[in-house]
Design a protein around this ligand. Structure first.
Ligand SMILES: [Zn+2]
Length: 348
């Protein structure tokens, strides 16, 4: 009986050893360890044996079962590992393959123009400051020479949030008033304040109820109109080309005296006349002037000791001129194709 068991063991282990895949291994497991298999059959002979023999034979059969199970399990693990390795190898990532392109954003053209202004002004020692878009009547109008009932307020009609005291600022000038008040009339001021402003306009190709101003202010000792002209000339040459010529025309604003409109020579036709400059050779790009006595006084500066100039550019207008955009709504319609269109490297 013992020999029979040994023979069977040898036979099974050989077959396990030769098994070539998991299926054969499973079949072997069913064939030998199943209820109708030879080991089960041998167990059924137990009852014919004496108690002594039963014990020995039982141990023998147990050892056989254990050896067969171990051999099957070991082989099974080996197959499974091989299969996993094969799978991993077939699924490995080829890092040299080109990746799927991820679309990247580009700066809004208006933002780009503002940054250009900021860079030039910062190089001349100006600080860039910000202020609230929701503004008090006092800062937006009164401190800037526009008391209640002043006719010039009509041209700057805006959106009122609470009674007629809280409004969306109609220009960025209130930031200048705030800066002057913060400096307390004893320190010089040199700032630009780019930001959004609002007016009650019907939107069309050249008007927008929301627009962007780039205003600046300098308050110091002995500041003259000629300093303003020099400053404006530098920024215009930088933005519109080295041979740009600047021209001032007399104008009127409540917060400056004298006031001027700033023109540049047409960068397109160089003064000969074209459709951009409406055949005049000149393009108006903003307004400016020497800060009015009353504004200085109202914001805490003694006009006998201090003087200054202020200027304002329309960011949209500059961008439209510079990039040939003919509809102001382009900046606000959030069409990414437009933004992409202007995403190009500028030459200095
Ligand atoms: Zn022109």
């Amino acid at each position: 009986m013992k020999e029979k068991v040994e023979k069977l063991k040898k036979e099974i282990l050989e077959k396990v050893e030769k098994a070539e895949n998991l299926k054969i291994l499973n079949d072997l497991r069913v064939e030998y360890l199943g209820k109708k298999g030879p080991i089960s059959e041998l167990t059924s002979h137990m009852k014919e044996l004496s108690p002594e023999e039963k014990k020995d034979f039982g141990m023998l059969l147990n050892s056989l079962k254990q050896s067969v199970t171990e051999a099957l399990d070991t082989k099974k693990e080996k197959f499974e590992e091989e299969e996993l390795n094969k799978k991993l190898a077939s699924e490995s990532i080829d890092v040299t393959l080109p990746s799927t392109p991820i679309p990247t954003g580009s700066p809004n053209i208006l933002e780009h123009v503002i940054e250009e202004f900021e860079t030039v002004f910062m190089s001349m020692g100006y600080d860039v400051v910000d202020g609230p878009e929701l503004e008090e009547d006092k800062y937006n109008f009164e401190l800037l020479g526009l008391p209640k009932g002043h006719p010039a307020r009509d041209a700057q009609d805006t959106f009122y949030v609470k009674d007629d005291e809280l409004l969306l600022r109609s220009h960025t000038s209130p930031v200048q008033a705030r800066v002057m008040l913060a400096k307390g009339g004893i320190e010089p001021v040199r700032v630009i304040c780019p930001g959004k402003a609002y007016r009650r306009d019907d939107d069309d190709a050249t008007h927008s109820h929301q627009f962007t101003q780039i205003e600046g202010l300098i308050v110091d000792k002995d500041i003259k109109l000629s300093d303003l002209k020099g400053t404006v000339t530098v920024i215009c040459k930088k933005l519109f080309g080295k041979d740009t010529i600047t021209r001032f025309r007399p104008s009127y604003y409540q917060f400056t005296e004298p006031s001027v409109e700033m023109d540049i020579s047409c960068f397109n036709c160089k003064g000969k006349g074209c459709n951009i400059c409406k055949n005049t050779g000149w393009i108006t790009i903003g307004g400016a002037g020497v800060v009015h006595y009353d504004v200085l006084r109202g914001c805490g500066y003694d006009p006998e000791k201090w003087s200054g100039f202020a200027f304002g550019f329309g960011a949209e207008r500059c961008a439209m001129l510079k990039y040939g955009i003919n509809d102001i709504r382009t900046f606000y319609n959030t069409d990414l194709r437009e933004t992409k269109n202007f995403d190009r490297r500028e030459e200095d």
